[in-house]
Ligand binder design. Structure first.
Ligand code: ADP
Length: 400
């Protein structure tokens, strides 16, 4: 009996052992299949990255390259072999801001909820070619919030920049060419204006219409010229202390005839005390003239009000906000950004019968930003619009 029981035990141990061996072989096979699958997927990802039409790079936690695809090799002239393991600063030769990715990374680490970024900038390729890139990317972090990886996608937009530059050059040349005949026409029209009393009523009407049309051309040529100066960064700003109130008051008097011809009331609310601002007097006048002109253009009924708000600061200079409000046709919220872009008009001709090239607000915004100010818009369709221009106040005199 005992011998029989021992024999049974041995058989059962052998069976267990065989089963164990079988499981081991299966799990090994499964692991090998799994690894093969992972490798296959990784290879597919690498292939995908290599054949992307965009340049792609992956960086590790120290912002050293771990992947550098073929398109990026073409853009930069640097091979994957040369780039791998190097810090991005060595391979993205961006002269004016070498540490661009560090800056994004440090913002990301400061608990910035934005983990994606996008920028356009110029780099120098290995063959000393200047290239314009559009770069977008994201950071990936560990559970502890430390950067684990950064991925960037890059597009060569040099041809677009060249096209834009050519367009600006063309506008600049065309505007110069336009100005001479327009000025000549203006001169002849003003000579005819002196003879107005000798004209028949219909001749007087033709003369008024010709003058009006020519004034529109003069405005267009001036705006085109200013816009191309903005684009080429040729706007010179002469900052000094300026009292905004008389500037705006004079403008509201200058524009009152135009407003009255549409039955609109134009009012400049007098502040109790208005600190001086730091601005360029000529540019500030152009900015407010444009905003008041727009307020009249896009208002059919009601009023235009201009008021000032002083945002006091104990530590720094005050900020002066000038608001130009109208009771006009208003702007949809989704257009608030784009109205400041070049050649952008948001109303259909049946909504606003006024002509324009869509350059005014582009110039206004550029001028204000050059004077270290800012402009915002609030509006409700059909109810009216308020443009708020913020300008830095002059430094306060130190009190003892
Ligand atoms: P323009 O007046 O020549 O079209 P702007 O750049 O001055 O060009 O303005 C861009 C667009 O913004 C205008 O076409 C108009 O649609 C809108 N806009 C500007 N000011 C106002 C305003 N006060 N009320 C309503 N819409 C406005």
């Amino acid at each position: 009996m005992l011998v029989g029981s021992i024999k049974n035990d041995i058989e059962s141990d052998e069976q267990h052992f065989l089963k164990f061996l079988g499981n081991l072989v299966i799990s090994r096979q499964e692991r090998t299949t799994y690894l093969a699958q992972v490798l296959k997927e990784k290879q597919q990802l690498v292939n995908l990255a290599q054949h992307l039409a965009e340049g792609m790079a992956i960086f590790d936690k120290d912002l050293n390259v771990t992947l550098w695809n073929r398109t990026l090799q073409v853009i930069t002239g640097i091979s994957a072999h040369e780039a791998t393991g190097k810090n991005y600063r060595e391979v993205f030769n961006r002269a004016e801001n070498e540490r661009w990715l560090d800056n994004f990374a440090s913002n990301f680490l400061k608990n910035n909820p934005e983990h994606t970024f996008s920028q356009e900038f110029q780099i120098q390729s290995r063959f000393n070619q200047d290239k314009w890139l559009s770069v977008s990317g994201s950071f990936f972090s560990t559970k502890k919030g430390v950067i684990d990886q950064a991925v960037i996608l890059t597009r060569d937009i040099s041809h677009l920049k060249l096209l834009e530059q050519r367009k600006t050059e063309f506008i600049s040349i065309a505007t110069h060419e336009l100005r001479t005949p327009i000025t000549a026409i203006k001169g002849y029209l003003s000579m005819l204006e002196r003879e107005r009393t000798k004209m028949t009523p219909s001749q007087q009407l033709y003369l008024s219409r010709a003058t009006e049309a020519n004034n529109r051309l003069v405005n267009l040529a001036e705006n085109l010229l200013r816009a191309s100066q903005v684009e080429e960064d040729r706007i010179s700003i002469n900052l000094q202390t300026v009292n905004l109130q008389p500037v705006v008051e004079k403008l509201s008097i200058d524009f009152s005839a135009k407003a009255e011809s549409k039955g609109l009331l134009i009012e400049c609310l007098e502040p109790e005390f208005l600190p001086l601002v730091i601005a360029d007097p000529e540019k500030v006048e152009q900015v407010f003239a444009n905003l008041i002109d727009n307020a009249i253009k896009y208002t059919q009924k009601g009023w235009i009000k201009i008021n000032f708000i002083v945002q006091e600061s104990k530590k720094q200079s005050d900020t002066i906000v000038t608001q130009i409000q109208d009771s006009g046709i208003g702007i949809k919220g989704k257009h608030f950004q784009e109205i400041f872009e070049k050649f952008r008009r948001t109303h259909r001709p049946d909504q606003a019968k006024e002509s324009g090239a869509g350059l005014g607000l582009f110039i206004v915004k550029s001028f204000i930003e050059k004077q270290l100010g800012s402009i915002t818009v609030q509006s409700k369709l059909g109810k009216g619009t308020t443009f708020s221009v913020k300008l830095p106040g002059a430094p306060k005199a130190k009190s003892n």
